[in-house]
Write a protein that binds this ligand. Sequence first.
Ligand code: RRO
Length: 309
Amino acid sequence: MPPNLSVKLAPESPAGLTLANPVMTASGTFGYGTEYADVFDIQRLGAIVCKATTLAPREGNPQPRLVETAGGVLNSIGLQNIGVAAVIREKAPLWAKWRVPVIVNIAGDSITDYGKLAARLTGVKGVSGLEVNISCPNVSAGGAAFGARPDTAAAVTAAVRQATTLPVIVKLTPNTGDITAVAQACARAGADAVALINSVKGMAIDVAQRRPAIGSVTGGLSGPAIKPIALAMVYEVSGAVDVPVIGCGGIASAADALEFFMAGASAVQVGSATFANPRAALDVLEGIEAFMAKEGIKSLDEIIGCARK
Ligand code: RRO
């Protein structure tokens, strides 16, 4: 019998969200999936999460928007995207033909925006779930401001929950005093799962120019530098909520992913590793499969949370 890698990400949702395996792409690092369809067999992934989508199209922040730092990358894209109408018109019909489920990451300036986005995307063929982005560090309105506090995070989650029958994942920010309290508030407000972490606020200075290296001064740090932060938060949150936890932050190899499972994650998202290796997510999946075969592990459940016991 081949090992069972399937994972139920929304066990309480009538719509359900069962992935064939626990390896997802992280929003903002994999476009709409279409960009990678000719690079490797993306249908083998557990799920694809598309770039954050807003009600209206957005141009994003001033350049430069991406800077490499030691052990990570700073970004300040500023929610550049084509808007929900174009996602529904141009992308969803393609996704509807795929085996791999696509989850749409949604972001708003106001709580009302999130409800409207959720309603618009409900019933659209090709959309298998929503990832509620209350954690973008690079916008002046909304974004991480909603995710920094349990009450605002719960209000956004409740608005989305009320507007949709789709499975709802809430993506959390590390830029808060107590991510566990935020996660608990989201779960109570109806989140089917939580994903953590989004990028960590940071900056770099261009010494020759004597100016911030990022156009908007600060950005979000992702990559290997944030993995220990993400892992500690996944460990803490997965001990405090009953909903599945999706680990994200610096995952570039199967060994990284296994650490997150052992800390309590039910699934993982591969993000900026894709910039250096476009097929990073598939490499992670194949490495997990090889580890399970070597260790005689029949089901992911045997390792999820095992470092907690
Ligand atoms: O677009 C961005 O600048 C961005 C977003 Br929406 C996010 O959720 N996380 C991030 O690091 N950058």
